[in-house]
Each structure stands twice: as structure tokens, then as C-alpha cells.
Write a protein that binds this ligand. Structure first.
Ligand code: BGC
Length: 752
């Protein structure tokens, strides 16, 4: 569907923001301030404007802003959405039209404009999964994707995008890993920060979530995470901290779980102390949908807005909050602070000065699909290519394509982040059809894209349900492409790391029939591969988004040289994980238990290094259709700042992109693990050429957090810098630097 309605920004602004008091809009869409509304003066800073607006508000107007509704009807509770909200949307908050403060229209999430289930889903462009974007190791791609989905959000009339998921992958079975950015705090924080920046370039607010330590779905609302402060600051919180610094999100969403005994949304340590005081966060904290549990404790602990009512058991931030303010249990100054924070974000990010239009505007779905495709192709990871099976030859005569609904499309992850495609679900029969489904297959068929590239070959498809038939087809073909899918989603975890539905058996059978078998994986995260030795190539295509079929075919045929690198370790088996069995699995509703993060900050490859484990594929791994070599590694230390420069050479025959990964290991000091990723740079190199690049190291990655003094302390001593193509690279080059003892503040800034 093409949306053609064009509404001018000018009329939209007047209609939405000004009512009878009547601020005026100028040609550029900027709202001019009448003398009676000084906070509408865009020349003033956001802080001053928020202060002025709060001073003009009545108590009831303030209370409206801190109370969020679900933007959909909720049959189970017999509630209907507020009239001005958008159908099947995530959330809605009434503004204060009298004062020119617009409503907040909220939509999910990190891969595009999602819709809650139902008949009126709005069509949108889906980016590939967040994990794919992390696998690009490219901030420009992450920004561009953010800018695209932010533009779609604005075009649909939303001014808050609930994107920005950066929960660390502690648990590869977590059903929501596909929404996040992997296991490393630096990579995840930078990528998600860049995406948030791109979203907010549309003058809307983006959200950083889920704060914090919500790293499994099983009993997510009842479990209690136990972790010491130092470890949290150096892992999950560091990812959030970096994303906050990079992206400057207007809002942060607190999570469902408890942390060290206290619900995240009433955890004063996390909200007041870490986020607002230590990190200086100036925006507002909204609860996840159903994550508010009280009035007085939550408000005083730093929660600024209850979300998604009627998701919570009670309207804690409705009349009970008014009563609590009137009787003094929640200070008036605290209510003012809640509102000031919401307004600060609205002013700072252009929500007030550049109001969204009241009706959908046109969207160039073709251009947006190209953004999604580029992200997908930049993030697909070529895991194996031992016999040079890829890129596929265009002279192949007989190709078999097997399984994974490849005749119809590509898989998407389930839950609140699900974007509905313009062409409808290509596999509507799949179960579940309702939450956290529907299982969505985007109508971008890899089979069709492959056929288009081989007009004179025989390309035959078997759905894989009949293994013998698939083997027969494989035997009669020159090349076999097996597509394997793993549907993951919000609200549930995977029982293990195996592919479901006997797909491992299918791949093994097909590979036995024809050794020239290429496996294309569409998975939410890491999976085990018992058939790995039998196949010639494996391409991890994650959930490749709206244009996934084309994206996959482009990489398979070498139109695009794969340059994705794993943002998470692929374990050889569950027994290698810190928790071989997932806590609480299988889920029993309302069960309360602790999840002990005894691995501390040793997450992912750090854990594997610490324990001397060999994974199936290491963090950072990814092949190319060319070869690279690193040289000229030189490091300097100036004022404690470490900078490494180096050359990346393309020693192969085609142009390609390499991700130079700088790891640092203390030679004398003790860290949570032998090494950390300290920096990275993706570079494009022509065949035979060399490109110089450099990386500057964030001092926090050379330090250990000291909770008592809230500082990052670098220990005096020697540190090995290793430039590598992955966390277990045998061809890595290294050098040693000496560092003096140094102390950095809680945000990694020099203390003197
Ligand atoms: C999810 C959030 C989402 C919210 C609104 C919750 O179930 O955890 O990530 O933004 O719903 O849809």
C-alpha cells in the first residue's frame, strides 16, 4: 500500500499544538512563541523551556503527562484505547494543548514501526534484526537504519519510537536476542547509540531499553537478577552507558525484572543513582508495559512515567499519585521533576517545535527497502566457505533450494517489535498466529531472487518436509542451498541451541546426498551445527528484514562481498555456557527465583577465554570472498590515552571490507577475563591495496570499576594490544604498551 496523503507541516503544527492560545508556525515549520508561552521560544535551551512550561501547568496537567495508555484495545481487560491514539499502537500520553505541548504517540521498536496484533496493522519497512545490525560493526549503517525507521515513525504520526534495545547477550537462548546487539558492551553500545541518533535525527524521541539486566524472557517479570555492582558496571550497564552517550536518547525504559531484590522500575540505585546522577541522564524514565508495581516507591525511586495502561495491575501513577503528592509522600518537587524530564526530552529533540502530522504522510517504501537491504548485506556473516562453494557460479545448471519457506520469503522475530509488511504474511498458516506471533515470513523470496539471477538454469524447490525427496533433489543437483530457520520472539526462550523441527537431520541428509551443500541460516541468535563438517558453506543471514530474499541472493552470488562479523560467540554446546541449563526453564507462570550472574562481567567471549573453551565460532568471526592481512601495528600512549594505528591489506582478488578488532589484555593486572574488545574499525579495501586506520581506546576498557569511589581505575603495568580478525585469530598481530596508574570518573573522563 502506498500512502499518498500529504499534510503540510504548517497545518499539522497548528492543528496539533496550539489550540485557541495559538502559537504560530513559520515557513520552516518552527513554532514561534507568543509572549504568553515563553517555553515555545526555540531560542531558549531545553532545560529553561521545560522549567517555564512546568511552572505554567496545573497539577492535573502534570499528572496527565506521567500516565501512559496502551494504544490498542485490550479485550482481556475490556478496555478501549484513547480516542486520539493510533490503532494497534504501543502507547499514548495526553499532552497539554492549552500550553502547546503535543500528545506523545509511541510505537515499537528497533527494527521498524511495529503494530500490536489485530486486523489494522500498518505496513512498515523492517530492518534486519538488531543482531544483524550489530554484525555490521558499522556505525554508519546503524545510523542510516535508525534514520529510516525514525522517518517511517514520523510519517505515521509517531513522535516516540520504543527502539534502542541493548540488553547484553548473556544467554544465547534468550528469545529477544534478535532485538539486541550482542554480547560486547562496546560494540552493542556504539551500534545502538548510532541507531538512536539516526532515529532522533527525525526530531522524534528514541528510547534506550530495557534498563537493566533483562537478559532472559523466561519469567522475566518475576525473576531477580543477582550481580555485584562492579560486574554490572563493566558489562550490561556499560553497554547502556555507552549507548546513552552515543545516542543521547530522550527516554529510557526500565525493565520487568528485579535487580538485586528490587524491581528495575522502582530501583532507586539504578534510576536515581546510576542513570540520573552518575550518567547525568536528563530525559525521562518510562516503565515497560506492565513493569510498574507501586506509586510511592516507584515515583521516589526515579520512575517518571507509567506506561501502557491497563497493562499494570493498578493505575499507580493515576489518582494514587495525586493523593501521594497531596499528602506529601511523593514531594511536589518530584512530580515537577518527572514532568520536567518529559518536557526536556520533547523540547530537546524537536517534538514540540516540529510536531508530527495528524494523518499518515507518504512513505517511499522502495527507498526504505534499499536501506534495509544494505543493512542486511553488511551484517550477514559467512561462517564457513571451505571449498570455495560461494560465491555461486552463474554457470550452475541445476540448483536445489530446500526448506526455510525460501520459496515464499524470509523469517522475522516475534513479539512487540514485529513490523507488518506491505505484502502481508507469506506464510500465514504458521503457528502461533497470536502473541507472541504471528510467525511472520516477509514476502521477499530467496528462491525468486536466485531464479532471477540464473534465467537459464533449473532451480528446483523442495520444502524439506519429505527428507527423502529433498535428498533425491540434492543428489540430482550441482549445488544445494538449504535454508534453515529458527523462530524466536518476545516472552519465551529457546529450550536449547538446536534448530527445531528436525532441520539438523534435514541438513545432514541433504549434505550426505550432495557435498556441495550451502546452508543459509535465518536464526534469532547462535545455534549449534552438528552437520557443520559435512557442508561446504554456511551463511548466517539472521532475520534479514523486508528485502531479505534479495539481500541473501546478492551475497550468495558475490554481488556483495560478505563483511558481517559475529557480535556474539556461537557455542559448541550448551555445556559451555555459564548456565548450561537456563534458569527457570521451562517456565512456570509467576515463579519467583534468582538468576545469579556469577560470571560477572565475563560475558560471551570473555567467559570462553577465562575458561579456555573453544567455541563453534568465536566472537568477531566472519569470512569474506577475499583475504586480508594486518600489518604496521603501532601504539602510542599520550596522557593515558591509547591509540593504535595499523594497515589493513587486501591480499585477495576482489574488493572487500574487513573489521579490524583491537583487543587488549593486561599482562600484570587482573581483569574479569584475559581480554576485552577495546576498539574496532570497518574498512573497505581494494584488491592489492592497503588502508591505514586507527582506533582510540576508551579508558574504561583499560580499567576496572571501583564501586566505593565510583571511578574507573587503570592499574600501572604492561598491556598487550592485539589486532585481530576475531577473538580467536591465530594470525593476529600484537604490541605492548605501558600504562601508568590512572583514575577516571564514573563516565570515563579524566579526574584532574
Ligand atoms: C516490551 C517492550 C515494548 C513494550 C511496548 C513490552 O512487552 O518489553 O520492549 O516496547 O512492550 O510494546
Amino acid at each position: 500500500m502506498k500512502l499518498k496523503t500529504k499534510i503540510s507541516l504548517l497545518s499539522a503544527a497548528v492543528a496539533l499544538c496550539c489550540g485557541s492560545v495559538g502559537a504560530q508556525t513559520g515557513a520552516a515549520g518552527e513554532v514561534a512563541a507568543p509572549a504568553s508561552m515563553p517555553w515555545m521560544n526555540a531560542q531558549l535551551g531545553a532545560e529553561e523551556r521545560a522549567r517555564l512550561a512546568v511552572a505554567a501547568m496545573t497539577m492535573d496537567e502534570k499528572l496527565k503527562l506521567v500516565y501512559g495508555y496502551l494504544g490498542s484495545d485490550m479485550e482481556s481487560k475490556k478496555t478501549t484505547r484513547p480516542a486520539p491514539s493510533y490503532k494497534q499502537s504501543a502507547g499514548f500520553i495526553y499532552g497539554v494543548p492549552r500550553l502547546g505541548i503535543p500528545n506523545l504517540w509511541e510505537t515499537d521498536a528497533g527494527v521498524g514501526v511495529a503494530s500490536q496484533g489485530g486486523p489494522d496493522a500498518r505496513p512498515g519497512t523492517a530492518l534486519p534484526s538488531g543482531l544483524n545490525t550489530a554484525a555490521t560493526w558499522d556505525l554508519g549503517t546503524a545510523y542510516a537504519g535508525g534514520a529510516m525507521i525514525g522517518a517511517e515513525a514520523r510519517a505515521y504520526g509517531f513522535n516516540v519510537l520504543l527502539a534502542g534495545g541493548v540488553n547484553l547477550m548473556r544467554e544465547p537462548r534468550n528469545g529477544r536476542n534478535f532485538e539486541y546487539a550482542g554480547e560486547d558492551p562496546l560494540l552493542a553500545g556504539k551500534i545502538v547509540g548510532a541507531q538512536i541518533k539516526g532515529i532522533q535525527s527525525n526530531r522524534i524521541v528514541s528510547t534506550l531499553k530495557h534498563y537493566a539486566l533483562n537478559d532472559q524472557e523466561t519469567n522475566r517479570t518475576t525473576l531477580n537478577v543477582k550481580i555485584d555492582d562492579r560486574s554490572a558496571r563493566m558489562s550490561d550497564l556499560l553497554a547502556l552507558q555507552i549507548a546513552n552517550e552515543e545516542g543521547n536518547p530522550g527516554s529510557v525504559m526500565c525493565s520487568y525484572n528485579r535487580v538485586n531484590g528490587v524491581y528495575a522500575c522502582e530501583n532507586s540505585y539504578l534510576l536515581n543513582e546510576v542513570l540520573k546522577k552518575d550518567w547525568g541522564f536528563k530525559g525521562w524514565v518510562m516503565s515497560d508495559w506492565g513493569a510498574t508495581h507501586s506509586t510511592i516507591p516507584a515515583a521516589n525511586a526515579g520512575l517518571d512515567q507509567q506506561s501502557g495502561m491497563p497493562f499494570d495491575l493498578a493505575d499507580y501513577f493515576g489518582p494514587p499519585l495525586k493523593e501521594a503528592v497531596l499528602n506529601g509522600w511523593v514531594p511536589q518537587s518530584r512530580l515537577d521533576d518527572m514532568v520536567r524530564r518529559i518536557l526536556h526530552a520533547m523540547f530537546a529533540h524537536g517534538v514540540v517545535d516540529h510536531p508530527v502530522a495528524p494523518a499518515p504522510q507518504s512513505i517511499d517504501f522502495g527507498a526504505h527497502a534499499a536501506v534495509s537491504r544494505k543493512d542486511a548485506q553488511e551484517g550477514m556473516v559467512l561462517l564457513k566457505n571451505s571449498t570455495g562453494a560461494l560465491p555461486l557460479s552463474r554457470s550452475a545448471k541445476k540448483i536445489a533450494v530446500i526448506g526455510g519457506y525460501a520459496d515464499r520469503g524470509v523469517l522475522a522475530g516475534g513479539g512487540s517489535s514485529l513490523v507488518y509488511p506491505a505484502g502481508g504474511n507469506a506464510a500465514p498458516e504458521l503457528l502461533p498466529k497470536t502473541w507472541p506471533g504471528p510467525v511472520m515470513v516477509y514476502p521477499s523470496s530467496p528462491l525468486k531472487a536466485i531464479k532471477a539471477r540464473l534465467p537459464s538454469a533449473t532451480v528446483a524447490y523442495a520444502d524439506g518436509s519429505d527428507r527423502a525427496a529433498a535428498a533425491k533433489l540434492a543428489r540430482e543437483s550441482d549445488v544445494v542451498l538449504v535454508f534453515a530457520t529458527q523462530w524466536t520472539g518476545e516472552g519465551f526462550d529457546m529450550p536449547n541451541l538446536s534448530l527445531t523441527d528436525k532441520q539438523d537431520e534435514l541438513i545432514a541428509t541433504v549434505a550426505e546426498a550432495n557435498a556441495n551443500t550451502v546452508v543459509v541460516l535465518e536464526t534469532g541468535g547462535p545455534v549449534t551445527m552438528p552437520w557443520l563438517a559435512k557442508v561446504s558453506a554456511v551463511l548466517e543471514a539472521w532475520y534479514p528484514g523486508s528485502d531479505g530474499g534479495e539481500a541473501i541472493a546478492g551475497v550468495l552470488f558475490g554481488e556483495v562481498n560478505p563483511s558481517g562479523r559475529l557480535p556474539a560467540t556461537f557455542p559448541a554446546s550448551e555445556s559451555q555456557l555459564p548456565r548450561p541449563a537456563l534458569d527457570g526453564f521451562p517456565e512456570v507462570a509467576d515463579r519467583r527465583f534468582d538468576v545469579n550472574y556469577n560470571e560477572g562481567a565475563a560475558v560471551g567471549y570473555k567467559w570462553f577465554d577465562l575458561k579456555g573453551l573453544t567455541p563453534l565460532f568465536p566472537f568477531g568471526h566472519g569470512l569474506s570472498y577475499t583475504e586480508f592481512a594486518f600489518s604496521d601495528l603501532a601504539a602510542s600512549v599520550k596522557g593515558g590515552v591509547v591509540r593504535a594505528s595499523f594497515t589493513v591489506k587486501n591480499t585477495g582478488k576482489v574488493a572487500g571490507k574487513q573489521v579490524a578488532q583491537l583487543y587488549v589484555s593486561p599482562l600484570t593486572a587482573r581483569w574479569e577475563a584475559p581480554k576485552r574488545l577495546a576498539g574496532f574499525q570497518k574498512v573497505e579495501v581494494q584488491p592489492g591495496a592497503g588502508v591505514q586506520a586507527s582506533v582510540t581506546v576508551d579508558p574504561r576498557l583499560l580499567a576496572v570499576f571501583d564501586s566505593a569511589s565510583k571511578t574507573w581505575k587503570v592499574a600501572k603495568g604492561d598491556y598487550k594490544l592485539t589486532l585481530a580478525a576475531n577473538a580467536a585469530d591465530s594470525k593476529a598481530v600484537s604490541t605492548v604498551v605501558h600504562l601508568d596508574a590512572a583514575v577516571y570518573d564514573v563516565n570515563g573522563k579524566p579526574t584532574r
